[in-house]
Ligand binder design. Structure first.
Ligand SMILES: NC(=O)c1ccc[n+]([C@@H]2O[C@H](COP(=O)([O-])OP(=O)(O)OC[C@H]3O[C@@H](n4cnc5c(N)ncnc54)[C@H](O)[C@@H]3O)[C@@H](O)[C@H]2O)c1
Ligand SMILES: [Zn+2]
Ligand SMILES: [Zn+2]
Length: 361
């Protein structure tokens, strides 16, 4: 029987979100209904509300979540009712050109639920990133559920579902940071701080955190940054070079995603080094670089989508590290809130007051 639960809906461009009753159908073939336990508030939710992603209102927001599988549809074998899962937005298809070449972390045809959740009047909802987890329950593709150890705190575990994974993966997967590397991270919000942690986990010798907000530099230091650079007062490129023997860092991660930060990343990098762009630019942004420098500096310029993660490989491993005390996911949970606190959480995020507000249900 379809169920009625509470969900946080963005019904029009820039309109404040509202809690409404939504209808969650029973899972069909390949689908699962998940009882949500926690869901982080991510910048992307705000982008949806502002119409910055697309115009498919009304949106059911929320996508950084963990919970318990309540029921599964026909043919579902990867998860079962009662499993503790992190929801992912990369349920790989196994059949696209990326999957067939053995690179499922780039899957170009990821799965979402086929059925639609609706409002009481039947209006179909667009779940944020195919998840929609600011709700008591949500319907997803079974492949969007990644089973992890139930010992993890839902609030911390859910964060691996988006921003924290994006940052960790930018360092570990895309940047391929190795033992002894020097790494600079520009922008130390939730994503950049996770990149700092990822660099530490990988054994980087020197981790330089750059931000324009002193509070973020303090947090980054606590998470493993060995040096900090305040972008308001310092010449970022000169400062990173000075901290790396005059050469620049092996890997520079841009977790802001603006032309000026990308340019800093490009020039703050050692010869043959790597730039990783994980911050998401907007359509009007342009970049102007001397092509001769692009050639002459060598190395690689990469973008990181969702930390190039493979949820089935990365989530359980990272949760194990968390449970062993080697990955402090709790540090990202600045506050826990309830479903009616999303607008306030958006404001705090906008002012840089939090790494993550997490809705706990
Ligand atoms: N690639 C992906 O798959 C992926 C996934 C999730 C989020 N993101 C993106 O990552 C970016 C960061 O997300 P977040 O949640 O950490 O946001 P956030 O707002 O928490 O953090 C951004 C940080 O950048 C700092 N900053 C702003 N301008 C700066 C500048 N010129 N120099 C240095 N620091 C500067 C801010 O002070 C802040 O600390 C966003 O663009 C987000 O959309 C990407
Ligand atoms: Zn695929
Ligand atoms: Zn997100």
């Amino acid at each position: 029987m379809a169920q009625q639960v509470r969900g946080v809906i963005a019904s029009g461009r820039g309109e404040p979100v509202r809690i409404e009753t939504i209808i969650v159908p029973d899972p069909g073939p390949g689908e699962a209904v998940v009882q949500v336990q926690a869901c982080g508030v991510c910048h992307t939710d705000l982008h949806y509300r502002e119409g910055g992603i697309n115009d498919d209102f009304p949106f059911l927001l929320g996508h950084e979540a963990a919970g318990v599988v309540e029921s599964v549809g026909e043919g579902v074998t990867e998860v079962a009712p009662g499993d503790f899962v992190i929801l992912n937005w990369r349920a790989v298809c196994g059949q696209c050109r990326a999957c067939l070449r053995g690179r499922p972390w780039y899957c170009f045809n990821t799965h979402n639920a086929t059925q639609k959740m609706t409002l009481l009047d039947g209006t179909e909802l667009s779940p944020a990133l195919g998840i929609g987890a600011f709700a008591d329950k949500t319907l997803v593709a079974a492949g969007q559920c990644t089973k992890v150890s139930a010992e993890a705190s839902p609030a911390a575990a859910g964060l691996l579902g988006c921003g924290v994974m994006a940052g960790l993966g930018a360092a570990l997967n895309t940047g391929n940071v190795g033992r002894g590397d020097t790494v600079a991270v520009i922008g130390c919000g939730g994503v950049g701080s996770a990149a700092v942690m990822g660099a530490r986990l990988a054994g980087a010798a020197r981790i330089i955190a750059v931000d324009v907000d002193a509070r973020k530099l303090d947090t980054a230091r606590g998470l493993g940054a060995t040096h900090t650079v305040d972008g308001r007062s310092a010449d970022v490129v000169a400062a990173v070079r000075e901290l790396t023997g005059g050469f620049g860092a092996d890997v520079v991660i841009d977790a802001v995603g603006r032309p000026e930060t990308y340019e800093q990343a490009f020039y703050a990098r050692d010869l043959a080094g790597t730039v990783v762009l994980v911050g998401v630019p907007t359509p009007e942004m342009r970049l102007d670089l001397p092509l001769q420098e692009v050639f002459g500096r060598g190395g690689s310029l990469k973008s990181s989508w969702y930390g190039d993660c493979l949820p089935s490989r990365d989530f359980p491993m990272l949760i194990d590290l968390y449970l062993q005390g080697r990955l402090d996911l709790d540090a990202f949970v600045s506050e826990t809130i309830t479903l009616d606190g999303i607008e306030e959480a958006f404001a705090k995020m906008h002012h840089g007051d939090v790494l993550r507000s997490v809705v706990v249900l």
